[in-house]
Write a protein that binds this ligand. Structure first.
Ligand code: NDP
Length: 285
């Protein structure tokens, strides 16, 4: 039997529609959430991501401002802009689009963002809050993964979850969120011995590797839910870390690429921006 195809596009639209209603209510109380995106240089993929974020803001009613800086922008100049945005009362969320040009220290920039405006959830303070289960801003992609599981009624509590990948932006936070939702969590990486034996134990398998079609059908337990975070550009177009066509015949539920986890990242970013606006407004009372 073929797996249920998890429709990330639809869930993302649902979340955005829910947020649009919430924002309309907030505006009646004088709160207008605002997101400022900083884009440095001319990376084509980054331009597409930023455009999509602007579109989502417009749909929901979030005020969006873009700062477009040239590729040769210096670190001090970018840090000065971040400082201005930190002190600008109209700005609820600050997002510095990554990657940054090589003359800029990414870590220093992320560290400079006011944690209360860090809607990407990358600041070490927010990473720490995620660890202790006190997140205001959960990192967007991992939080999107959890949302997909929940909205498809996939039982996380008690499930054996295997996360392949241990990056700071996907693998580790995804594992932590699964743990907070009472899964028994295993994290695998490039040094894992006999990866297939580990992935075959997963009731929930999260692939965040960055290698096209790396997870094959023989690595998946029959009936598992498979969430593919991978976004790999190949000659045949965009493809995930999972061999979708073969794995969908084994799994009970699976995300496609594109149209699975990808659209969720922006929806959660929007949710974080609204949360930032509400938290800041509550702090002023
Ligand atoms: P990283 O390159 O930072 O991490 C990849 C992880 O995969 C590492 O932990 C690495 O292990 C592990 N890995 C690599 N090769 C193997 C292997 N042969 N066996 C087991 N583990 C392996 O990638 P990211 O976490 O940033 O991204 C992962 C994927 O998710 C990419 O395709 C990226 O494009 C996509 N992505 C998608 C997003 C979305 O919105 N949908 C958002 C962010 C990322 P080790 O640590 O040992 O090197």
């Amino acid at each position: 039997m073929s797996a249920t195809i998890i429709d990330g596009k639809k869930i993302s639209s649902d979340i955005k529609a829910e947020l649009a209603e919430e924002v309309a209510e907030l505006k009646k109380t004088g709160i207008e959430p605002g997101l400022t995106v900083v884009l440095v240089g001319d990376d084509p993929a980054s331009h597409v991501y930023v455009k999509n974020k602007e579109k989502a803001c417009e749909l929901i009613g979030i005020r969006s401002v873009k700062h477009q800086l040239p590729a040769d922008t210096g670190q001090e100049e970018l840090l000065a802009l971040v400082d201005d945005l930190n002190n600008d009362d109209k700005v609820d969320g600050i997002l510095v689009q990554l990657p940054l040009p090589e003359q800029i220290d990414e870590h220093a920039v992320l560290l400079a963002i006011d944690p209360e405006k860090d809607v990407d959830g990358f600041h070490p303070l927010n990473v720490g809050k995620l660890m202790i289960g006190e997140s205001v801003f959960e990192s967007c992609t991992p939080s999107g993964v959890i949302e997909l599981l929940k909205r498809y009624d996939i039982e996380i509590s008690g499930a054996h979850a295997v996360v392949v990948g241990r990056s700071n932006i996907v693998g580790k936070p995804a594992a932590m969120l699964l743990l907070h939702n009472n899964a028994t969590v295993e994290i695998c990486h490039s040094r894992t011995k006999d990866l297939a034996a580990e992935t075959r134990r997963a009731d929930i398998l999260i692939a965040a590797i960055g290698r096209p079609k790396f997870i094959t059908a023989d690595m998946v337990k029959p009936g598992a839910a498979v969430i593919d975070v991978g976004m790999n550009r190949t000659d045949e177009g965009l493809c995930g870390d999972v061999d979708f066509e073969a794995v969908k015949e084994v799994a009970s539920a699976i995300t496609p690429v594109p149209g699975g986890v990808g659209p969720m990242t922006i929806a959660i970013l929007m949710r974080n921006t609204v949360a930032a606006a509400k938290a800041r407004a509550a702090g002023k009372k």
